[in-house]
Design a protein around this ligand. Structure first.
Ligand code: ARG
Ligand code: ZN
Length: 846
């Protein structure tokens, strides 16, 4: 039979649920394949909706045992998506019992088992796999949960009443429900809130892993304190529990009072985790904790409003990390991420607005656009209303909407009411997809500098024409001698074309534009190398100083690729001077040594009318890295020694910055020293950061065989470290043999492909090696598609997410396009393909 066309859900079609839920009580009997869930739910007519005489409850893969309304048996009509049942006209009590099988639930959505423990993931629509319920975020209710199980530790949301019973007084949508039962141990601490509430804090892990939760606990306590100090937000229950789970589709989940984490983002020790792992743990612990207010106390009316909680919570976790680790370095890494993931998405077939208007599978919209661009929109809003306006608006938001399932309109309204600003045009940032291109030309006359800006957003799927957006452009002026003659001011652009003048200048300054990346746009500004080098040397905005090096690097590489030019001395000497400048923090200097990624270069070439050749991009980048190593060798060698950090290892930002610079030096020096330093470091390293840096360097230079084996022998018992082992070999493989390397690793006995972390190690590693992924014979495309096909029936969410590897097909030459499309079509034609993957592949094909 031909597959049924699937009808998308639409923002415009929102209607409130006809009932409110006054209370939910659940009884779980955790008995493996015969797990039972009994529910008692008090419904009442919703005064804000049309009265209804039947109720629809979501339900998926549930075996209904019996159902009653007000104590009398009922026989609802069931479909694969839920049930419908006639109901009385006033309030009523629904009771039902279902049987479910968590032991075969490989989708990791709903209730499932991971390494012998029971756990849940309900966002976005997993609760309907647990019991019949109105599984939509605008239905909020207090929950009481009873867990009957042999497992020693039984957890759910809210406060413990003892004996496996939990009570959550805060009304919440079902997507925030959680349950965990297992043989777990806690790393515990406590926190007293500003108003004196005592909170027990526990991070639950497998026996033996307790010491590895120490850093996450420290990050949690710092997050709780920061949210009190910065946003005036206090925690609101007597306990806060976090559980580490090995099998998890995403990073973590903010379930009320019971956050569940991918163990990768909780567990850390100096010998098993890298500096970047520590950094991510800190950020994700904060993110999930901050959701308690931005997400849980104030939730979303429907899933179209996802950015309401995610954009804001990302923005808040970025502010936190910036306070913890330094603003400049943090902003640069955010922007690198944004460009790598969100710009790529926004400029391809998957482009969608920060607030999408339709979807087939909502899990496909947990994207860089909703999260990261959603945070950038708030960043711009803060620029436009100022720090004071922002904090007034946020106070009003918490005040006005506590307990609500809110919308983006509600969010913008608090800014309008708190600041008096009209945000009608600004709201286009939420509805228009695509990355605006901002072009700039400059004139200087009679002491007046004029900046002429134009903005343009290209068509995206479903949006052929675009209107001008409000773009805050932070600008500063640097005088000819390198002094700042105008400190940062924010220009507000709202027209398609707009000019801004700076008068009374005694000499022509150089403008530093889009400081701190004040808007998520592509800036197109023709500038000669010498002026870029001037900004690289003198810009007083640390972000833009780094950016000057980036843009210069990009232009040099573009000319190397398209014209066979040599690496430009301006770039080499400019970077060298910065790297040697001891007044700059090491982490910043490490970032300076980074070049634009191969994927970024491919997009840039495509934008300027070239057909990117992944192997040529790779080769040019290698030549530039060789030239940098040759130019800076003595400096790099000196820094390599100076940046050694004393034992014992400490994960703090300063020490991590030194290691980052040291590793960057190592990578370049290995082009000169035959990997002597990398060999020595691999043998001597007492922390995972340097052990990995050395191993990556060795693999990159085809000298890693012995080290790879030694690393395996040392770490084979440790899942998280083995994920790194798998990934590193693929990412750093020579591109000519990457596909074979990946294929061999997927045949390795430890390649547990049903575990998302392990799957992503190899398949994500392939994506991170673009020259290898786009190898001309298509071997990597085939291997990649084979694995998506294998995973889809087991775990559709992760498969759909990983299919984005092909989203850039239209950039490439006809042969590569045809090969990628062939793989996508092979997937699309599969019988029984999940809606998740079907939607993604369909959109990518266009
Ligand atoms: N709300 C979670 C977070 O931002 C992400 C969970 C998404 N899960 C999913 N299956 N879509 O941390
Ligand atoms: Zn989130």
């Amino acid at each position: 039979a031909a597959p049924q066309p699937v009808r998308p859900v639409r923002l415009a079609e929102y209607t409130p649920f006809p009932f409110v839920v006054e209370h939910v009580e659940l009884w779980f009997t955790l008995a493996g394949a015969e797990t039972r869930v009994r529910s008692r739910i008090r419904f009442a007519p919703n005064p804000a909706a049309e009265p209804a005489r039947e109720i629809f409850l979501h339900g998926k893969a549930l075996a209904l045992q019996w159902a009653r309304i007000d104590g009398a048996d009922v026989q609802p009509e069931t479909t694969p998506k839920g049930l419908t049942c006639p109901v009385p006209s006033g309030p009523f009590t629904w009771e039902a019992e279902v049987q479910i099988d968590p032991t075969t639930n490989t989708s990791l959505d709903g209730l499932y088992t991971s390494g012998g423990m029971y756990c849940t993931q309900c966002e976005a629509e997993g609760f309907r796999k647990i019991t019949y319920y109105p599984d939509r975020p605008d239905v909020m209710a207090p929950f009481r949960v009873h867990i009957d199980s042999d497992m020693p530790v039984k957890l759910s949301n809210g406060n413990p009443l003892g004996d496996g019973t939990w009570d959550d007084p805060w009304p919440k949508p079902a997507y925030l429900f959680a349950l965990v039962a297992g043989d777990l141990r806690a790393f515990s601490s406590d926190f007293t809130t500003l108003s004196g509430r005592h909170v027990d804090l526990n991070i639950w892990v497998r026996p033996g892993d307790e010491p590895r939760a120490e850093y996450a606990m420290d990050a949690l306590i710092r997050s709780m304190k920061w949210d009190e100090e910065t946003y005036g937000r206090e925690y609101d229950l007597d306990v806060f529990n976090i559980v580490a789970v090995d099998d998890f589709n995403m990073g973590a989940m903010e379930n009320k009072g019971l956050n569940i984490f991918n163990s990768k983002y909780v567990l850390a020790s100096p010998d098993t985790a890298t500096d970047s792992d520590y950094d991510l743990i800190e950020g994700i612990i904060a993110h999930e904790y901050f959701h308690n207010w931005t997400g849980n106390r104030i939730t979303c009316r429907d899933w179209f409003q996802l950015c309401l909680k995610e954009g804001l919570t990302v923005f808040r976790d970025q502010q936190f990390s910036s306070d913890m680790r330094g603003a400049a370095v943090k902003r640069i890494t955010e922007v690198m991420q944004l460009r790598a993931r969100q710009f790529r998405e926004d400029q391809g077939p998957l482009a969608h607005p920060v607030r999408p208007e339709e979807y087939i599978e909502i899990n496909n919209f947990y994207t860089a656009t909703v999260y990261e661009k959603g945070a950038e929109v708030i960043h711009m809003l803060k620029h436009l209303v100022g720090d004071d306006g922002y904090s007034k608006a946020l106070d009003l938001y918490f005040d006005r909407h506590d307990g609500d399932a809110a919308t983006i309109e509600d969010w913008l309204k608090v800014f309008e009411d708190a600041t008096g600003r009209d945000l009608t045009q600004f709201s286009r940032w939420y509805s228009q997809a695509g990355t605006p291109r901002l072009s700039l030309t400059e004139r200087f006359n009679d002491g007046t500098l004029t900046l002429d800006f134009k903005q343009e957003t290209r068509p995206t799927p479903g949006q052929p024409t675009k209107l001008p957006q409000v773009i805050p452009i932070a600008v500063g002026l640097i005088g000819p001698n390198g002094d700042e003659v105008l400190p940062t001011t924010v220009l507000e652009m709202s027209e398609a074309e707009q000019s801004f003048e700076f008068t009374g200048l005694s000499a022509r300054p150089v403008a530093s534009v889009l400081r701190g990346f004040s808007a998520p746009v592509v800036l197109d500004r023709p500038l000669d190398n010498a002026t870029r080098a001037f900004l690289l040397a003198h810009d007083t905005d640390p972000f833009n100083r780094w950016e000057a090096g980036r843009v210069l690097g990009k232009e040099v590489l573009t000319r190397m690729i398209t014209e066979g030019a040599a690496p430009a001395p301006d770039l080499l000497t400019g970077l060298h001077r910065l790297v040697a400048d001891a007044s700059l923090e090491p982490a910043y200097r490490a970032l300076m040594l980074g070049l634009p990624s191969e994927d970024d270069l491919a997009q840039t070439l495509f934008d300027s009318g070239h057909v990117p050749d992944p192997a040529a991009i790779h080769a040019a980048r290698e030549r530039l890295l060789d030239a940098m190593a040759a130019e800076m060798e003595p400096t790099l060698a000196r820094l390599y020694d100076e940046m050694e950090t004393p034992a014992p290892y400490s994960p703090d930002a300063e020490a991590a910055g030194k290691r980052a610079l040291r590793s960057a030096c190592l990578a370049l020096l290995s082009r000169r020293d035959g990997c002597a330093r990398a060999q020595a470091l691999f043998a001597a390293a007492d922390n995972m950061t340097e052990e990995m840096a050395a191993l990556a360097t060795l693999v990159r230079h085809d000298q890693g065989a012995e080290a790879v084996q030694a690393f395996y022998d040392k770490w084979r018992h440790d899942r998280l470290v083995m994920d790194k082992w798998f990934m590193l070999q693929v990412v750093h493989a020579r591109h000519e043999i990457m596909a074979e390397t990946a294929a061999a690793l997927t045949a390795h006995p430890d390649f547990d492909w049903k575990n998302p972390n392990r799957f992503r190690s190899v398949l994500g590693g392939m994506q991170a090696n673009p020259a290898g992924f786009h190898r001309a014979d298509g071997a990597a495309y085939r291997l990649y598609a084979d694995w998506l096909i294998k995973l889809d029936p087991v775990n559709p969410q992760t498969t759909a997410r990983m299919s984005t590897a092909f989203e850039t097909w239209a950039r490439y030459d006809a042969d590569r396009q045809a090969m990628m499309r062939e793989q996508l079509e092979r997937i699309a034609a599969l019988e029984g393909l999940s809606e998740n993957t079907g939607e993604m592949v369909g959109r990518i094909l266009g």
